[in-house]
Write a protein that binds this ligand. Structure first.
Ligand code: FES
Length: 132
């Protein structure tokens, strides 16, 4: 059912864990099954310097988290915000009925970036300057 890439990331997940005092934190829950993921990020000059996650979910969810963590590390925050759940699922070749397992990681990651922007509004390129 799963491609080799999914089995590889599931059996040897990369970047698992937490970041102490992260620059951003996000959490997402699958509405389909109730499983949960937590994402912690470290930001350096507008780029995702580090990402860690804890996934409480199935093999597809763990593989998606691991795959996404490698894909986004080092990328500009704007670029990461444009990566969709569907891209992760497609690149892993997940069967359609497991798509819902792959949506959590990007949702939580985007939330972590929003959390970072909330703490550092000056870093948000989409922030509108307050009017006088
Ligand atoms: S069945 Fe819950 S994340 Fe896959």
């Amino acid at each position: 059912m799963y491609r080799e890439i999914v089995l590889d990331h599931f059996s040897k997940p990369r970047n698992v864990g937490e970041i102490e005092n992260p620059d951003g934190y996000g959490q997402a829950e699958s509405s389909a099954c109730g499983d949960v993921i937590e994402v912690y990020i470290r930001v350096d000059e507008g780029h995702l310097a580090d990402i860690k996650y804890r996934t409480f979910g199935c093999a597809a969810a763990i593989a998606s988290s691991s795959f996404a963590s490698e894909l986004v590390t080092g990328k500009a925050l704007d670029t990461v915000m444009e990566i969709t759940d569907a891209e992760i699922a497609d690149q892993l070749g997940l069967p359609e009925f497991k798509y819902h397992c792959s949506v959590m990681v990007m949702r939580a990651l985007h939330q972590a970036i929003e959390d970072y922007y909330a703490k550092h509004p000056e870093a948000n390129p989409h922030q509108t300057a307050p009017s006088d």
